[in-house]
Design a protein around this ligand. Sequence first.
Ligand SMILES: Nc1nc2c(c(=O)[nH]1)N[C@H]1C(S)=C(S)[C@@H](COP(=O)(O)OP(=O)(O)OC[C@H]3O[C@@H](n4cnc5c(=O)[nH]c(N)nc54)[C@H](O)[C@@H]3O)O[C@H]1N2
Ligand SMILES: Nc1nc2c(c(=O)[nH]1)N[C@H]1C(S)=C(S)[C@@H](COP(=O)(O)OP(=O)(O)OC[C@H]3O[C@@H](n4cnc5c(=O)[nH]c(N)nc54)[C@H](O)[C@@H]3O)O[C@H]1N2
Ligand code: SF4
Ligand SMILES: [Mo]
Length: 891
Amino acid sequence: MSTLTTRTTCPYCGVGCGVNAVVENGAVSVAGDAAHPSNLGSLCSKGTALADTVGLDGRLLHPVVDGRRASWDDALDEVATRFGEIIAEHGPDAVAFYVSGQLLTEDYYVANKLMKGYIGSANIDTNSRLCMSSAVAGHKRAFGEDVVPGCYEDLEVADLVVLVGSNTAWCHPVVYQRIVAAQENDPNKKLVVIDPRRTATAEGADLHLPLAPGTDVHLFNGLLAFLAEHGFDGDLPGAQDAVAEARRMGGVAAVAAACGVGVETVQAFFELFAQTERTVTVFSQGVNQSSAGTDKVNAIINCHLLTDRIGKPGACPFSITGQPNAMGGREVGGLSSTLAGHMGFDAAERVQRFWRSPAIAHEPGLKAVELFEAIESGRVKAVWIMATNPLVSLPDADRAKRALDACEFVAVSDCMRHTDTVDRAHVLLPAAAWAEKSGTVTNSERIISRQRDFLPMPGEAKPDWWIVCEVARRMGFGAGFDFHSAAAIFREHAALTAYENDGERVLNLEGLADLSDADYDTLEPLRWPVYTIEALRAAGAMPARQDSRRLFGDGIYPTEDGKARLVAVTPRGPANPVSEQWPLALNTGRVRDHWHTMTRTAKSARLSAHIPEPFVEVHPDDAKRYGVIDGALATVSTALAEAHVRVIVTAGQREGALFVPMHWNDQFAAKARVGALANPAVCPISGEPEFKHTPAAIAPFEAAWHGFILASRPLRLNGEASIDYWVKVPGERFYRYEIAGLQTPDHWAATARGWIGVGERTADWLDASDTSAGRYRAAHIDAGHIEACLFVAPEPAALPERSWLASLFTGEPIVESERAGLLAGRPADASKDVGPQICSCFGVGRNTILRAIGEDGLDSVAAVGEALDAGTNCGSCKPEIAALIEAHAGK
Ligand SMILES: Nc1nc2c(c(=O)[nH]1)N[C@H]1C(S)=C(S)[C@@H](COP(=O)(O)OP(=O)(O)OC[C@H]3O[C@@H](n4cnc5c(=O)[nH]c(N)nc54)[C@H](O)[C@@H]3O)O[C@H]1N2
Ligand SMILES: Nc1nc2c(c(=O)[nH]1)N[C@H]1C(S)=C(S)[C@@H](COP(=O)(O)OP(=O)(O)OC[C@H]3O[C@@H](n4cnc5c(=O)[nH]c(N)nc54)[C@H](O)[C@@H]3O)O[C@H]1N2
Ligand code: SF4
Ligand SMILES: [Mo]
């Protein structure tokens, strides 16, 4: 028996939790790393399920050129040659890289170095453009550098935490649990949530401001003016102009009207903010993903600068990052608008000297949306995409599809054999995945952690940095890419951050520039800046006193005059307002248990079970107005495209607004790629797209029938003429398909057998048909095992629950009592039906929780946890359990 435990870092969100990965006789399990300062042992539902995602199904295991398996030599030569030819003929700006905050710092560093220092173009942009670029631009305007001044501990120390445009409970769950735990211990601490939707995060707040989409600048300008009225009179550069502009909002009533929130609510928020010295304002995509994204960021930071609440325990503006290495990517310079090591293009000569490179980019390159426009128009003729799935995640994603189709040469480095993007590449480069990779990531609180490999690289997969270096070598740039380990790359990156850095850049890793391979291997999580002991001594600070948790507490900033700046920002609405034709504001974002385009989380049955289908959230009045019904299907459309999704009618949604998750794509649904619907309007300063606001319409999807199939093998429903809606939901030992059609097939039995791939003569086909009622039910049993079952009804509500039927797919033969209930779709004994899953960690269903609440009189989340374990591991489902208790109490 062999057991190996490896300390690594979660590959999902920017919280950056430490993970102990255990390999025991080939079986992988994970647990939180109690020694990691960011999570102290906790993991959320996604982190807890990481072991489910390390399997090799669907992996890209060898290079592919033009659809055929190729050797590494051929694939790498092909990329180097095609890039080289296009550069020779059309110049360096005719090629581009589109990379990702899911690359490790070392991968990112060499990709940036190759494009900016060797090819000599700045046409490398990253999906961080879609994510954090407004925060980057806002930080630079205010602080002179892209720096997050605080740490997670500040969220616990704070007396007031304000979450703006952040569904923290679902998207940064471990940070959210840290906030909640601190607040539970001290009832004087307050939580305010500012989000148009009543999210799971808002459920737990003391105050929720459901502001009209896009009105954050109105709100924070209003707050700035209120603060100025109430004795805060900071004298920083820009303060007077910012306050003067803010006063134009008028008083609290005018602000409330502009934001569509009650006057008392706005007043309460302003007073709380004014009175609470220890305030942290956390912001993410509701702020960044806006055509006013950078202004929203500065409107928030202005309030912190005016009140001098920055860099102090429990006081700072806090941009919480999305991807595991969003920060590392910014540190190496992966955005086309920065150069390297937090330096801009004014430092081109210095960076070139450090790299000793043959070229250097002097001007910013194309930003993501512009980049794909340039690909479509033919200005950019070759693109190399790494660790991102732009055909799903870009706005106007169908245009991105057209762009790649038109592009002369597309290379993609990915771990999966099929994604919407991979399927359009000329060359596929198989990348090592999380469990096999080794390097560093930086989280939201500037902590650099090691990701360490604990499984061998499968097939011919290789680390991303290796792939980039090999292509560079073949392009004739061997000298600059002679790296034999991630450690060597890290050292060079660290040295560059320190190069000619006389305190002008806060990002400084000089203390890590000489790290030995052994020290790199055992590197404990540590926060930048990291100075050398000598440098600290010279500055009069002893190592023991080096405290990098908080920055700017001394009031000194990396600007020319050493001061921070308030920025006068003028409120404006979204780029494309709603209209008569497109009367609703389409908002997009995340669900608790899926990660982006689902290439990883859909490998986990328990994660897929939480929210199985793509959906649209609609306010009850809008549902009535547009004739859509809870649980039925709807078509959501914009000027660009349409999607078919399940309707959730909820008062938590604002009237006039819709929410559709970003995750589903062509691999998992017939038509639910919401990126295709999202308008490509961007913030003029950061270039970040306005994913949170696209004018849209909604109408019922007039299905003649609804149904579902559970099958032990995956089915090919793509292209089935009679199925107009399908969603694939991976289960434990089965695949679930939710289906619907606009027309009723003439012969149900024949049609259904066709979908499931069961021939006419198969004996074990049980079915029941009630044509007049529009019902059909069938099951395929083979040698006593259930192979598939299918249920069809005119209305979704007339279909049985999926959970009990799914529980029959055990790999064991079904017993007589189960067989008896099969076509009824429910067990003879109702208590066996656990209902849809709420707690992913312990697999506890809704019915089980409801029964416990009703029958055992459980009246708190803690009591439910005590009885059923639900909610006691990662805690991500606690808001949902609380809602069930509340609903029961309200009956
Ligand atoms: N489960 C899960 N967690 C994730 C991810 C994931 O895919 N799944 N992805 C990670 C990544 S890369 C990122 S960037 C983060 C994103 O984390 P979040 O930013 O928390 O997630 P989103 O759901 O994109 O958007 C947050 C909220 O912004 C609100 N919003 C929309 N418009 C406005 C507005 O005008 N003003 C305000 N104040 N709010 C608005 C939306 O209603 C939404 O609830 O999550 C990270 N964590
Ligand atoms: N409508 C809408 N769209 C959005 C957003 C939104 O809120 N609404 N949010 C935006 C934001 S904030 C983000 S961050 C993006 C995220 O969007 P994407 O980056 O497109 O989403 P992912 O699914 O994370 O894509 C990662 C890809 O890299 C592969 N991969 C995983 N690990 C590795 C690796 O180590 N190496 C390599 N080479 N490949 C790897 C995966 O298989 C997958 O194909 O989406 C953006 N798009
Ligand atoms: S909060 Fe969850 S997804 Fe984010 S790093 Fe921690 S375990 Fe991973
Ligand atoms: Mo993101």
